[in-house]
Design a protein around this ligand. Sequence first.
Ligand code: FES
Ligand SMILES: [Fe+2]
Length: 375
Amino acid sequence: MKEWLKNSWYAVAQVSELTAPEMKGKALKKTVMRQNLALFIDGDGKYAAVNDVCPHMGASLSLGCVRDGQLVCPYHQFTFGSDGHCKSVPSIINGGKIPANALIDSYPVVEKYGLIWVFLGDTLEAQRIPIVTVPEFEMPEFHRLYHEVVWRGSVRPMLENLIDFTHFSYLHAQTFGHGDFPFRDNYKVNKNKYEVSCTVKVKINPKGWFFPPMPEAGENPDVTVFCRFHLPTVVVNDFSIGKYKDVTLFTFTPRDENETLIRMYGCRNYDKEPTTDESLKNLGERILKEDQGVIESCMPEVLPQLVGIPVDRYLLAARGLYDQFLKAGNSVEPHVRPTNRGFSLTVLPSPVRRENPSFGRAWGRKEAEGQKKKS
Ligand code: FES
Ligand SMILES: [Fe+2]
């Protein structure tokens, strides 16, 4: 997919998925942008992410097991460390050497906010875009609420839905959008190398009011929304009024061209009871349902050009940043490999290829051949 971004951090799993008791001795398979990854816990208790395809005969490593912090292929038990190097091959005897190319791509992993983030790409550490920061997640007065859904369709219309204020009054008039107050704010947009942000005022429909009652604020008070789009596909929407704050981190993970996993990680400093969790979840689901049909219908790719209006300036700036990063050599496209089964797999270069020139050259040759065939 030409529009997917590499050299970026993706939230690929919740920590609890990997640390669950039933995962002991096992690896967790995750697919991101058609790349199959095997996640596991290494000998130091650190999270590891490697390419799921065994270099011996191509078996899925995540079908194997994790023994002494190393990933064991189910087929012939080649055993890999979290650095991507093959550590042992039981069928090699009498001091025989492990082939130098028995290597797999191994990606940097960080745990943040209860999520496992994997850096998919080979950019040097000092040049990597940072993972988004949401200070409220570190504050004890904030209560967290996690929720996820899978939608049909490609990632960009879904992402743009979260950075578009204008549709609130129309598509969400039955929940939190206020039909009497269409969004027309004249706001300013801030931008850096990896983030676009703005602060706007919106009115919230009393039917979808999620803060505690505030009669003192009047009938239709302004709610302040601080919004951020962060590369590659992260949005943070921070709603506040008076002392109340409700912040949601959204991460969008394309699994393939037709399926995107949306993680919604909220935190708030009011009503921390489970009943409020339940009602906020229900409200969130209703809001998403209002979006879903329309967003899944969006096919911006068939248009020669999208039409922007002045009030979309935040959306347009975010789109511009995404395109700029994409065109700066961060498209996943050259790393997509056809399989014999009617679908393709992605194999993104990891820092391991930089450290091991023969491994890098082997993949580099395939990439060059693939590109030649296309041209
Ligand atoms: S395919 Fe993995 S060890 Fe043979
Ligand atoms: Fe929406």
